[in-house]
Design a protein around this ligand. Structure first.
Ligand code: URA
Length: 312
């Protein structure tokens, strides 16, 4: 069908809007409400135990890896490594707790979180942990992300940074903090005489939330065991939380970043307390450059803590 230039521009604008909102694949002409169990398609999928869409609540690929566009319906799902308890292998809840037709419609978050905890604890090395995350289908963010953003830098580093979640550039490259915020972080590190390659950088959530939205509390809880294990395995001397979100998740801190930043705290590591500090997220500094003077103080304090630790 021939479109007028105006129609074409309208279609392009709509596609741009979808793309900016995180929609990056086409599934069908008509929207299907997968939670409407009177809906013929949804009911049939449940009956066949091959749900075609992630649940809206947790987005979990509950009974079938086919819910994952990486394993399109009909394609043979890739078997998970035998040692990894995948959420799809979690037994259905006792009868009575399931959804329509006796099938569990949504796996409770706590089961996914427990599976994430077991899986993370089973990782003996950082490479193990990366493989666990690659095999883990319990977080809906994996469905829309292009790549797992595991970490960057030196696994033996004494200084570790933890951000919130990857953005677009990180998702494309599969590395944390490589976009504009990452470049600012590199410059801040250089200002205290530290190269990016000498530190270890990771995020609480290792998959990009669509459209760069904030990860939901469920997504954060599901990913938390993995970042906790990652910190244990790196075992840094100094831990820096970039922004309030990572400090709140990992320290249970309640204060806002303005109150929390620049204060030394203690993070319970593997058998020892790790010196931890929160500072402004570089993305915030890009929007509020005047706050860089406070970040500068934090970075000087970080450098001093590293030196003091070295002398011990
Ligand atoms: N913001 C984050 O919190 N993490 C990244 O990796 C990039 C931007």
């Amino acid at each position: 069908m021939q479109q007028t230039p105006h129609e074409r521009r309208q279609i392009e604008a709509l596609l741009d809007f979808y793309s900016a909102s995180g929609v990056d694949c086409f599934l069908g002409e008509q929207p299907v409400d997968w939670f409407d169990l009177t809906n013929e398609h949804a009911a049939q999928r449940l009956q066949n135990r091959t749900p075609a869409a992630p649940s809206q609540h947790t987005g979990l690929a509950e009974t079938a890896p086919a819910a994952n566009p990486r394993h399109p319906a009909g394609a043979a799902p890739q078997p998970a490594p035998a040692t990894m308890p995948m959420p799809s292998a979690i037994p259905a809840p006792p009868t009575g707790q399931g959804g329509a037709m006796g099938q569990p419609a949504v796996l409770p978050d706590r089961e996914i979180i427990a599976a994430a905890r077991d899986l993370a604890a089973s990782a003996a090395t950082l490479e193990d942990l990366r493989r666990c995350l690659e095999a883990f289908d319990g977080c809906n963010l994996k469905l829309t992300a292009k790549k797992l953003v595991f970490a960057d830098g030196d696994p033996q580093a004494r200084l570790m940074f933890v951000g919130e979640a990857p953005g677009r550039d990180e998702d494309l490259q599969g590395k944390p903090f490589v976009g504009r915020s990452g470049q600012l972080l590199d410059r801040m590190l250089a200002a205290i005489g530290i190269e990016r390659t000498a530190v270890y950088i990771a995020n609480v959530v290792p998959w990009r939330p669509p459209g760069n939205r904030t990860p939901t509390p469920q997504e954060t809880e599901i990913c938390k065991p993995f970042i906790k294990r990652q910190i244990e395995l790196v075992n840094p001397d100094v831990l820096v939380f970039l922004g309030a979100a990572s400090a709140k998740t990992l320290l249970g801190a309640q204060d806002g970043i303005r109150k929390m930043r620049g204060r030394w705290m203690s993070y319970p590591g593997n058998g020892r307390e790790i010196s931890a500090i929160a500072t402004y997220h570089p993305a915030y500094l890009l929007r509020s450059p005047l706050e860089k003077r406070l970040s500068w103080r934090d970075f000087v304090s970080i450098k001093e803590a590293l030196l003091a630790n070295q002398e011990r």
